[in-house]
Write a protein that binds this ligand. Sequence first.
Ligand code: SAM
Ligand code: SF4
Length: 326
Amino acid sequence: MGPELVDRFGRVVRKLRISVTDRCNFRCQYCMPSENVRWLPRSEILTFEEIARLARVAVGLGVQRVRLTGGEPLARPEMEVLVEQLAAIEGLRDLSMTTNGYFLPEKAEALRRAGLGSLNISLDSLRRDRFAELTRRDTFERVLEGIRAALAAGFPVKINTVLMRGINEDEVTDFIEWGRQMGVRVRFIEFMPLDGDRRWSRERVVTADEILAEAAKLGPVESVEADPHQPARAYRVAGVEFGIIASVSRPFCHQCDRIRLTADGKIRNCLFALEETDLRGPLRSGADDEALAAVMRGAVWSKWEGHLINRQDFRQPERAMYAIGG
Ligand code: SAM
Ligand code: SF4
């Protein structure tokens, strides 16, 4: 299929994040509102076949890596069936998933067999009480069990840890030590203005500089060469590598090579986009692959230069993270 997905600033899209559901069994403070959550009606959610078709078109346009996310992707039944369909797409180099880990004790092996390549698992505290405060669910042990199940099934595992001031910013060194013991790479993520309660404030962001200062308590911190298109910058301290995703204090928009497909079939060309491009409409009214590709190209072309978090006129998107697909 025709040329690649390229925007006005010359960036080429190589990664697609697909949200398979907006539903979630957790209620993380930085992501979802605590109550009155309105889920998308089932009829609006793309079927596995629809997702696989759009992924195939995107791969034909140069996408090399697909990550499944949500909401909680494993809250959708039989995810291994979708994984198998996607893993079979010719030209797709990498298929991964971001999950809260809750369903992994039962699901890890089936996902591995179906062709999933790696897992990012979210874990924001190593203390049960804080974990429960952050996720609003008392399931710490179960998530640890999920991480162990993922490792036992042979997955490369990365841990996503969102830091929020006043809650877990003092766990940086504990997490680095724990990562060493478990054989997993921990990536600390700055809290972004995508929370369901709209209580984000700059003061609550634990910045990359602060994270590095904490890490330095373990010894001198060195930078490690990493793929510039990865959102995480890589570091090493006391022989352990870790990452920092500093979307707020050190934006990496100029290197961005990703777009997102929401569970209801909209392309979001940026996490913070205020507009979306509908693919479900054309898909369900019989558009052929070339027409779908044209919609994708248009959505990518209109991508802005970068997010506006650090400007006065920043507006938080209507959708919170769980409804976008993080
Ligand atoms: N439910 C899965 C999970 O938690 O891993 C996948 C979806 S979740 C939206 C994807 C990632 O986004 C998680 O690692 C989560 O910690 C992160 N995230 C959610 N809201 C965030 C926010 N406001 N700022 C930074 N990261 C956030
Ligand atoms: Fe659910 Fe993941 Fe959002 Fe937490 S971060 S509420 S687990 S979607």
